[in-house]
Design a protein around this ligand. Structure first.
Ligand SMILES: C[S@@+](CC[C@H](N)C(=O)[O-])C[C@H]1O[C@@H](n2cnc3c(N)ncnc32)[C@H](O)[C@@H]1O
Length: 283
């Protein structure tokens, strides 16, 4: 059921009204630079990135959702994985900072809202907060973790998987170095934060979570197509300011550097993914 409940502060119109009344400051006034240049298009996501939700089974198992539980999916994307939780008989709410992704999730019949993970407004409403492939996009992790803690009932779980330390290191290096060769500070364009287990466990414990498990998992990931499609889906911040021939040359240069490192003997591109997977409890 799609619900427009003002408690969630959720749809863009509501957010803009609150903002114009100065009830909410602009999100980039709170956390400068947070919005970045990455955007999400559900059709492109479905074509080039469906593996992201398809590979969400281990973290779904870790969640161990029970029918009737109320669960928040933080960064629900187009809702394909969220729907799997709803199909277990849970009452799921999805939130995501991308309006097109939220619209796609709503088309699946899910309750979903446009919201930044760093600004969760919920208070002790959920039995669990779930997240797949999102937290590495949130560099200001502490604000998000505190919001997750507030959103949970006592005894509630925070179960998530995201990119972990060393994730897509080869891809990242090739992207950064090709920008350096163009006189651009590539490091400043990196949109991801890939933490170690120690780093994230410390953040979780500082927010009063008990960490039940946390692990770094190497997961080389076959891509559905060419690396250029992957870069065009996930690498917007590196491409910002490049257009036409300059953009094509940049992408081809990165591709040429990566081909000997990431194409397997069958000719399949395999991304050097490393995941951080954890379960924590609000005690
Ligand atoms: C790789 S997708 C994962 C989507 C989904 N969880 C899945 O497994 O398919 C990452 C999602 O995180 C969302 N996202 C990125 N930064 C966010 C933030 N600060 N707050 C909420 N959502 C965010 C993006 O809009 C995008 O839909």
């Amino acid at each position: 059921m799609i619900k427009e409940d003002i408690r969630y502060g959720v749809d863009l119109v509501t957010y803009d009204i609150w903002r114009s009344l100065r009830v909410l400051p602009r999100i980039d006034e709170i956390i400068p630079g947070m919005l970045g240049t990455q955007t999400w298009d559900p059709d492109t996501y479905a074509k080039n990135a469906r593996f992201v939700s398809d590979l969400g089974s281990p973290v779904l198992e870790l969640l161990s959702a029970r029918p009737g539980e109320r669960i928040l999916d933080l960064g629900c994307g187009d809702g394909v994985l969220t729907k799997k939780i709803a199909d277990l008989g849970c009452k799921v709410v999805g939130v995501d900072s991308s309006a097109p992704q939220v619209e796609a999730a709503r088309r699946l019949g899910l309750e979903a809202y446009v919201m930044h993970g760093e600004q969760l407004p919920f208070r002790e409403e959920f039995d669990a907060v779930f997240s797949n492939a999102v937290l590495h996009w949130i560099k200001h992790a502490d604000a998000m973790i505190e919001g997750v803690y507030r959103s949970l009932r006592c005894g509630g779980r925070f179960v998530a998987e995201c990119g972990g330390y060393g994730c897509v290191e080869k891809i990242r290096t090739a992207l950064v170095q090709a920008l350096h060769r163009r006189g651009i500070d590539g490091e400043s364009r990196v949109p991801w934060y890939f933490p170690t287990p120690g780093d994230y466990a410390t953040r979780l414990e500082r927010a009063m979570f008990r960490v039940d498990s946390i692990a770094l998992i190497a997961r080389p990931t076959p891509l559905p197509g060419d690396i250029i499609e992957y870069l065009e889906t996930f690498g917007h911040s590196f491409l910002a300011g490049l257009s036409g021939q300059a953009r094509d040359e940049y992408l081809q240069e990165v591709r040429a550097v990566l081909e000997p490192q990431l194409v397997d003997s069958e000719g399949v591109w395999v991304a050097d993914y490393v995941r951080l997977r954890f379960s924590a409890t609000k005690v």
